[in-house]
Design a protein around this ligand. Structure first.
Ligand code: HEM
Length: 164
């Protein structure tokens, strides 16, 4: 690998960490739903999950658990430098696409579409914060998917000249 190829590889990997960190903090679907198919006693407690009971898995809560993600409110793509197995070795805590037999079928397509949209926008527009851009996003409680109450206002300016 040449130096140039090496730095491209590093950049590609870095953008993948950003993608993962963005999905940790802003998972499109903040919870998963399942139905218990066999009675299960929760370890170290008297609680029993009965067969047939609907179960909601709080993905959003797990993604912000500082036991797994120290400093969870900080956007830190480098926390994914060692892969997702670090988080998922004792159970599954990072699952932006769900997990198991009902895992999202569009994971790769979703990644591709996100990349294409970003390339298209960023190659033609400069995107910067404006007065209304929130520092911390306030989510709407009425939405099934994770959605900002006010959208994400930004200043978007057409790039007119290309740098030399
Ligand atoms: C960044 C983009 C996306 C994210 C974060 C995402 C996330 C998810 C999540 C969390 C689930 C629930 C999985 C579970 O219950 O274990 C899901 C299911 C699903 N997703 Fe996606 N998804 C994305 C893109 C897509 C795309 C592009 C498609 C189709 C082209 C797609 C199709 C589906 C389908 C059909 C299911 C239901 C699978 C089943 O119940 O068997 N998703 N997705």
């Amino acid at each position: 690998m040449t130096m140039d190829q090496g730095s491209k590889h590093v950049k590609r990997k870095a953008s993948f960490f950003q993608y993962r960190e963005s999905l940790r903090m802003y998972p499109v679907l903040p919870f998963l739903d399942r139905r218990c198919n066999a009675e299960y006693k929760l370890p170290n407690s008297d609680l029993v999950v009965e067969k047939g009971l609907p179960v909601y898995i709080p993905m959003f809560g797990l993604h912000f658990d500082e036991k797994y993600f120290p400093d969870p409110l900080k956007y830190k793509p480098e926390r994914f430098e060692n892969g997702t197995n670090v988080y998922n070795k004792d159970g599954i805590v990072f699952m932006p696409f769900g997990e198991g037999p009902r895992i999202c079928i569009g994971e790769r397509f979703g990644l591709l579409a996100t990349k294409l949209a970003l390339v298209r926008i960023l190659s033609e527009f400069e995107v910067v914060r404006n007065m209304k851009t929130p520092d911390v996003i306030d989510f709407t409680p009425k939405s099934f998917i994770l959605q900002s109450k006010i959208g994400l206002p930004m200043k978007i300016k057409k790039i007119t000249s290309t740098p030399a």
